[in-house]
Design a protein around this ligand. Structure first.
Ligand code: ADP
Ligand code: MG
Length: 286
């Protein structure tokens, strides 16, 4: 059974007002347990709106959302349990920190779940170490930390609930390259270790190529493509025509091909690029 099933979901903001806006248009998707889905698309394509449907923050104007086979808007569905099962990290989550100490902030979710102190403590420390929140910060005020450190604390607060589905809406936006790489690697390690399902919105095609197992492409409220990473970047020309980005290394190989070199244009990582160039050189020497 898929962990997430989205069936013909349409969502309109401002229904019945002159500002009515269709943000999702008949979206149907399935996600299996343990998948790492990269979500891409232009600003305004509906990515954030879609993600907010998965933990019941938004209710479809029409269509249905199932988590673990349960229709989340069914009158018997347990909304509280759903919030713990599907953890959502918003863009710029550091603005949601509010407790006196980092420890209390990370403990907020597990405490709401009604866990005992020992379990809360174990989860806070585990989540903190997953994202690189140092033990020394725990008793500090979150407001004393740098932007990147605050971001880690906010993500730890969601991980501490051990959600089966972890949703991250541009978790690395605004961080320097080293900070973004480190946060994303830690999220990937966490996902591999826990075997949970991750949805990650990112504008960086390099990040998507490196981390995701499948890619969901959103365009004007529609899910226009949801396929494996190789299958997605094999359609790089289409993505570029839509004004979307592709990994830089893919651009290099598309150009080499245009120039007449006998390279495959389905390369999407630097390692593959290296292997492909060595292959072509070897053939040429024959
Ligand atoms: P993305 O996350 O891909 O940038 P969004 O889901 O935020 O896209 O937005 C999809 C569409 O819905 C856009 O046209 C946007 O202007 C509109 N929209 C988003 N949030 C609201 C809102 N709170 N009220 C009205 N319209 C909104
Ligand atoms: Mg968004």
């Amino acid at each position: 059974m898929p962990i997430i099933q989205i069936e013909h979901v349409t969502y309109k903001y401002g229904t019945g007002t002159p500002f009515e806006q269709t943000a999702l248009d008949d979206v149907t998707l399935c996600m299996e347990k343990g998948e790492f889905i990269g979500v891409i698309g232009h600003t305004g394509s509906g990515k954030s709106t879609l993600l907010q449907h998965l933990n019941g923050l938004l209710k479809p104007t029409s269509g249905r959302v199932f988590i673990d086979g349960q229709d989340i808007w069914d009158k018997n569905s347990n909304k509280r349990a759903l919030r713990f099962k599907v953890g959502l990290v918003f863009q710029y989550p550091e603005y949601q920190l509010f407790e006196e100490t980092v420890y209390k902030d990370i403990a907020f979710g597990p405490r709401n779940m009604g866990l005992d102190e020992a379990e809360i403590d174990a989860r806070v420390r585990e989540a903190a170490s997953f994202v690189g929140v140092e033990p020394g910060w725990l008793e500090q005020s979150p407001f004393a930390l740098s932007g990147g450190q605050k971001r880690r604390v906010a993500i730890a607060g969601v991980l501490a609930m051990r959600p089966s589905v972890l949703i991250l809406d541009e978790p690395a936006a605004g961080l320097d390259p080293r900070g973004r790489e480190s946060i994303l690697e830690r999220i990937r390690d966490y996902q591999r270790k826990q075997g949970n399902t991750v949805l990650l919105v990112s504008h960086s095609m390099e990040d998507i190529a490196r981390l995701a197992t499948r890619v969901l492409v959103m365009d004007k409220g529609k899910a226009i493509l949801c396929d494996t990473v190789p299958a997605t970047f094999a359609r790089s020309r289409e993505l570029l025509e839509m004004g979307l980005d592709v990994p830089q290394i893919t651009r290099v190989f598309l150009r080499l091909k245009e120039l007449g070199y006998p390279v495959r244009d389905t390369v999407y990582t630097v390692e593959q690029g290296k292997a492909e160039i060595l292959r072509v050189l070897k053939e040429a020497r024959r």
